[in-house]
Design a protein around this ligand. Structure first.
Ligand code: BES
Ligand code: MN
Ligand code: ZN
Length: 496
């Protein structure tokens, strides 16, 4: 999509369409009044006759209106609040894009002052950035590599019309940052959507290298199974034993901050297919376990966005990547493995593999002396039961970090909900044969998974995001969402 900004007179815009925001139950704003005046009261009449109520996402075309150069106006319902919360704004913009797509418009001009409640630059920045993110994600298409491409939408150009020249700079910044975030989200979606026979551990490594290509600020190292063995990563390697695809530990460092500034470390679960292993999953919907690398995908999407935004921080991305498959060599229930931390684990269920690869990656993270560590993982079905698709589960040993993430979730509209990590849950991991088992029984499955990880992060400020419900949609809309890239980027922006 081609995004641009103008402060030219709206009525003279030559776009196929002008998008005009209408709020529910409010008098026309002065910007809408001007447009209404130019069209000889056509907008007001539509509203008076009840054809448009301004509900969030409501759309109404006004064809060939007199007095303006554009061929049509799209009246766009914005909801009741003149300062729209993120969710209403996203819903409205997405509805506008759908309407534009159906209409065959090639270009559209968004009249920002019909939507803004003030001339505050922060509000304009927020609107342009959110609009770009939403437009890009609504138009996202997944194509299988080297297959016939689907036809591209006609809509090619969006212009943001701003009130004055001062707005030009602000809107440009909003567009640029929105584009960087949207590209990160799209990358995460595409990696998630790719089938497991293409998106292997090695493929994820090649994607990390691709992000780093030609960039002085990023370096990538990919550790082989042999190197992991030397480090004592017995938990991670126990998951990879049943697979013919070699496991990889992908480590990418982005240096945008001061040389000595401690980095933020992001650890993403990269199980490129989770069959459950010897504790085989039931067959129904097993295809969806290609999405079990969405944590890794979100880390790569965030890394790319950090690069494009030139964030003034240091960042380390760590991705333990493997398949989880049954075979004669696979780890069996009851097997005991030794993690890099020295703690031993009785593998009671080979389907609780995510925590086994994460624990070694989290121990590995210690060498970077991080300011904070956040792991992102499609970790438990229990989290889908608890929170559904609307929020990621959040568990943390640090209240400040947890609150920062909750806040970034609200700001980005990519929300999290905190669950407790109380000591009372820890005994559920007791084992008679090792320091701990890898499952905690049927109760509080998301929390006991967090308890397991907490035993490997005692020395660090750490948060865990369980994205099992948020990372992909099911049914007719089946596909990766790219979450929580926007949450993570917002968090990093807030730190910078
Ligand atoms: N990748 C799954 C979690 C998952 C399941 C995410 C369904 C989204 C939808 C994870 O590896 C897993 O299998 N977890 C087990 C843990 C259990 C054996 C303690 C689960 O949730 O069933
Ligand atoms: Mn599993
Ligand atoms: Zn899994």
């Amino acid at each position: 999509m081609d995004f641009s900004v103008t402060s030219a007179v709206l009525e003279k815009s030559k776009s196929d369409c002008i998008i005009c925001g209408i709020y529910h139950g409010q008098k026309l704003s002065s910007a809408v009044s001007t447009l209404n005046g130019a069209t000889g009261d056509a907008i007001q009449q539509l509203i008076d006759r009840g054809d448009h109520k301004g509900k969030a996402g409501e759309v109404q075309w006004l064809h060939a209106p007199n007095g303006i150069s554009a061929q049509r106006i799209l009246l766009l319902g914005m909801g009741a609040e003149s300062k729209p919360g993120n969710r209403d704004l996203k819903k409205s913009i997405a509805a506008a894009v759908e309407a534009l797509r159906k209409s065959g418009s090639r270009s559209a001009t968004l009249a920002t002052s019909t939507i803004l409640s003030s001339t505050d630059t922060q509000e304009l920045y927020h609107l342009t950035r959110t609009a770009v993110e939403t437009i890009e994600s609504t138009l996202y298409q997944f194509d299988i590599p080297s297959s016939r491409k689907k036809s591209r939408p006609l809509l090619k150009k969006i212009t943001f019309n701003v009130a004055d020249r001062k707005g030009l700079t602000t809107a440009k910044k909003g567009i640029e940052e929105g584009k960087a975030i949207a590209d990160g989200v799209s990358l995460a979606r595409t990696l998630g959507n790719l089938p497991g026979n293409i998106c292997t551990p090695n493929y994820l490594a090649s994607q990390a290298r691709k992000i780093a290509r030609g960039e002085k600020s990023i370096s990538v190292r990919v550790l082989s199974e042999k190197e992991m063995e030397k480090l004592g990563m017995g938990a991670l390697l126990s998951v990879a034993r049943g697979s013919d695809q070699p496991a990889k530990l992908i480590v990418a460092t982005y240096s945008g901050g001061a040389k000595k500034a401690p980095p933020v470390v992001l650890v993403g679960k990269g199980v490129t297919f989770d069959s459950g292993g010897i504790s085989l999953k039931p067959g129904g919907k097993m295809d969806e376990m290609k999405f079990d690398m969405c944590g890794a995908a979100s880390v790569l999407g965030t890394l790319q966005a950090a690069r494009d935004l030139k964030l003034p921080i240091n960042l380390v991305a760590i991705i333990p990547a493997t398949e989880n498959l049954p075979s004669g060599k696979a780890t069996k229930p009851g097997d005991v493995v030794t993690s890099m931390s020295g703690q031993t684990i009785e593998v009671l269920n080979t389907d609780a593999e995510g925590r086994l690869i994460l624990c070694d990656a989290l121990t590995y993270a210690e060498r970077f002396k991080p300011a904070e560590v956040i792991d992102i993982a499609t970790l438990t079905g229990a989290c889908v039961v608890a929170l559904g698709k609307h929020a990621s589960g959040l568990l943390s040993n640090d209240d400040k970090l947890a609150n920062d993430l909750i806040q970034s979730g609200e700001e980005s509209g990519d929300r999290t909900w905190r669950l407790p990590l109380w000591d009372e849950y820890q005994p559920q991991l007791d084992s008679n044969f090792a320091d701990m088992g890898n499952i905690g029984g049927p109760e509080a499955g998301t929390i006991t998974a967090g308890c397991f990880l907490s035993r490997f992060t005692e020395k660090q400020r750490w948060a865990h995001l369980d994205i099992a419900g948020a990372a992909w949609l099911q049914g007719k809309e089946k596909g990766a969402t790219g979450r929580p890239v926007s949450l993570l980027v917002q968090h990093l922006l807030n730190l910078g």
